[in-house]
Write a protein that binds this ligand. Structure first.
Ligand code: ADP
Ligand code: MG
Length: 315
């Protein structure tokens, strides 16, 4: 059966979709429908688009409830659930700290922030600083800023999966900026194969090739997204417990889960946690997780029980 490949730009990155044609009828305008759906999501949740719904909420400096779409409400609800699950390390209000450290829309800082600057920003950072309800989002401090970039790509993947399903497609691979979700096979009956990269900056090499059944997969690691200042490497992930970029030896976290949004958020959360806390959470919650940490003489892997159960490793 023929495989169709669609790709294009979205969310500051690219999307790639492959699907197996189920019958002879071509699907009219599928790419246009994909582009429209992704544009809708961006119009709601992008922090790069200053006119998006989320940006308007962020610009709103009041503490009464700001009405938002059902979609934004749903994504914020899931983000807060994952925040709680991860003991507050996945924190969608961390944006001002992200910006302070130079990874937000205003990019790299002129200099490393001082402790006083960090403390000041932390007055309006924290999961208790935002509430979600059917009537919308509420700030507990006028300066609260919500950043959904850690789960929005995954949400986009899930929405494209729904769109393909509505068109009767059952064999597909969807990827946005590294967030991936698959179902079925790749045309010849074989499962979709996914390469998990080696956590190195010098080359693009493969750590593992896996197939994941009908699931999504997300990898969080800052071997690509970081900056250096005086020889110190600064991660793009902020640990809300310290207000500073994470600095530990856990270099790559891969999560497999039915929903891309959840896999995306969990990968980031587990990365922020660090090796030991990550292992406890994965085993406690039965999460399918692959961790890689840097050791003195190379890398060490940890594969959770659930990962071992649901993921096939091909190398
Ligand atoms: P990764 O895939 O490496 O986990 P993502 O691109 O999914 O990274 O998310 C990283 C973005 O999430 C950062 O650029 C920042 O905007 C935001 N972020 C950083 N730290 C946190 C945190 N502790 N909780 C939630 N979002 C965060
Ligand atoms: Mg992520």
């Amino acid at each position: 059966m023929p495989v169709v490949h669609l790709n294009g730009p979205t969310m500051g990155t690219t999307y790639n979709i492959k699907y197996v044609v189920e019958n002879e009828d071509a699907i009219d305008d599928l790419q246009r429908k994909v582009d429209e759906r992704l544009a809708e999501i961006n119009k709601l949740m992008s922090t790069y688009d200053t006119t998006s719904e989320l940006s308007r909420f962020n610009q709103y400096r009041y503490t009464d409830t700001f009405a938002v779409s059902d979609e934004t409400q749903l994504v914020v609800t899931e983000a807060l659930r994952l925040g709680e699950l991860s003991d507050g390390v996945l924190d969608i209000t961390v944006g001002p700290l992200v910006n302070l450290w130079g990874f937000g829309p205003n990019k790299r800082p002129a200099q490393i922030p001082t402790q006083a600057e960090i403390d000041e920003v932390r007055n309006f950072v924290g999961l208790d600083k935002v509430a979600v309800s059917d009537s919308g989002l509420t700030k507990r401090h006028p300066m609260v800023y919500v950043d959904l970039s850690t789960i929005a790509k995954g949400y986009g993947v899930d929405q494209i999966a729904e769109l393909l399903e509505r068109h009767g497609l059952k064999n597909y691979l969807i990827e946005i900026g590294g967030e991936m979700r698959v179902r079925g096979h790749r045309g010849n009956g074989d499962p979709w194969l996914i390469a998990i990269e080696k956590p190195v900056t010098t080359e693009r090499a493969i750590q593992k090739v896996v197939s994941i059944g009908r699931n999504a997969i997300a990898t969080s690691g800052d071997y690509r997204n970081y900056y250096e200042d005086d020889g110190v490497r600064y991660s793009h992930l902020i640990d809300p417990r310290t207000g500073r970029p994470i600095s530990h030896n856990l270099v790559s976290v891969t999560v497999v889960h039915p929903y891309s949004m959840t896999a995306d958020g969990l990968a980031t959360a587990i990365n922020v946690m660090g090796w030991e806390q990550a292992i406890s959470l994965a085993e406690e919650q039965g999460l399918a997780v692959l961790l890689i940490r840097k050791t003195d003489d190379g890398f060490e892997e940890y594969i959770s029980s659930e990962f071992d159960k649901i993921v096939d490793v091909h190398n």
